[in-house]
Design a protein around this ligand. Structure first.
Ligand SMILES: Nc1ncnc2c1ncn2[C@@H]1O[C@H](COP(=O)(O)OP(=O)(O)O)[C@@H](O)[C@H]1O
Ligand SMILES: [Mg+2]
Length: 262
């Protein structure tokens, strides 16, 4: 089984929790998994159970590599190689935990975001390579939406999950991300409701998904053991593998597998 899954949504909704837990769960099944941290906050390692001290430098901060591959020093502008070689990078610079691999990209500037620098060119080329060429399960923890994907790359994304919490702002953003996903031709676009405390909140998510024509893949309850795992610095899957939120993610994984089955 191989697919490319993008996890998106507003800051703080639970993207990293879902992405890291799914990566570990698929790896537990013996699948090849590459988790990609594409959020500038760079904390996917924590929900995968990889200590910060063991993390390699984010690719976007590897100055020698950037210069070697693009032909110009990081942080400069000017003429650089637009299609740098990247195919060896995932194998060289990942770190694994229980069979789940992690690669940390670091901050990717968008083309509209000011600088078009060599580090961003390298990161975009790498992301594109991972999505289009790697034959494994790829789970990408994004910052907000899919801004970093060009149309050519986004076509390789099999599905995206927008994580939402009960609240109009998170749903409004979900709707916008969903239309962006549609315009980028991402074929399967799902919503997962997270941190749900009661029936009223669950109904809010269910009704809003129906109204906005978003497919709801599952609901994750608010779960104190997830907060506790964060405070203790232990991955939720290691700290509370049978907690309600973890069981909900296992169910979401199962539904996702059924949807993605050929
Ligand atoms: N279902 C949940 N129950 C309780 N706490 C949660 C739940 N999901 C996420 N959290 C907590 O909320 C915070 C934000 O989650 P995180 O995954 O980092 O969000 P994002 O990546 O979208 O910014 C974290 O401290 C996390 O432990
Ligand atoms: Mg995050």
């Amino acid at each position: 089984m191989s697919f490319k899954l993008a996890i998106v949504g507003k800051g703080g909704v639970g993207k990293t929790f879902l992405a890291g837990t799914l990566a570990r769960l698929f790896a537990n099944d013996g699948k090849n998994v590459l988790a990609v941290d594409a959020d500038p906050n760079m904390n996917l390692h924590a929900t995968m159970g990889i200590p910060k001290t063991e993390l390699p430098t984010p690719i976007g901060e590897m100055k020698e590599l950037i210069e070697e591959r693009t032909g110009v020093p990081a942080g400069t502008s000017g003429m650089f190689v637009l299609n740098p070689r990247v195919d060896d990078i995932p194998e060289r610079f990942h770190i694994s935990r229980d069979g789940a691999k992690l690669i940390v990209l670091g901050t990717i500037e968008t083309a509209g975001g000011g600088c078009i620098c060599p580090e961003s060119a390298l990161l975009r080329a790498l992301l594109s390579h991972i999505i289009l060429k790697r034959d494994e399960i790829v789970i990408i923890d994004f910052y907000a939406g899919l801004e970093h994907l060009g149309r050519g790359t986004s076509k390789g994304v099999d599905s995206m999950i927008t994580v939402v919490e009960p609240g109009t702002r998170s749903l409004d953003l979900a709707r916008r991300i969903n239309s962006l996903g549609a315009s980028l031709a991402v074929p399967r676009r799902y919503v997962v409701g997270n941190r749900i405390s009661n029936e009223q909140e669950e109904n809010f998510i269910v009704n809003a998904s129906t109204e906005f024509d978003l497919e709801l893949l599952g609901i994750i309850p608010r779960d104190p053991s997830i907060i506790e795992s964060d405070i203790k610095g232990i991955a939720p899957i290691d700290f509370a593998p049978e907690s309600p939120a973890l069981l909900a993610i296992k169910k979401i994984k199962y539904t996702l597998e059924k949807r993605l089955a050929p």
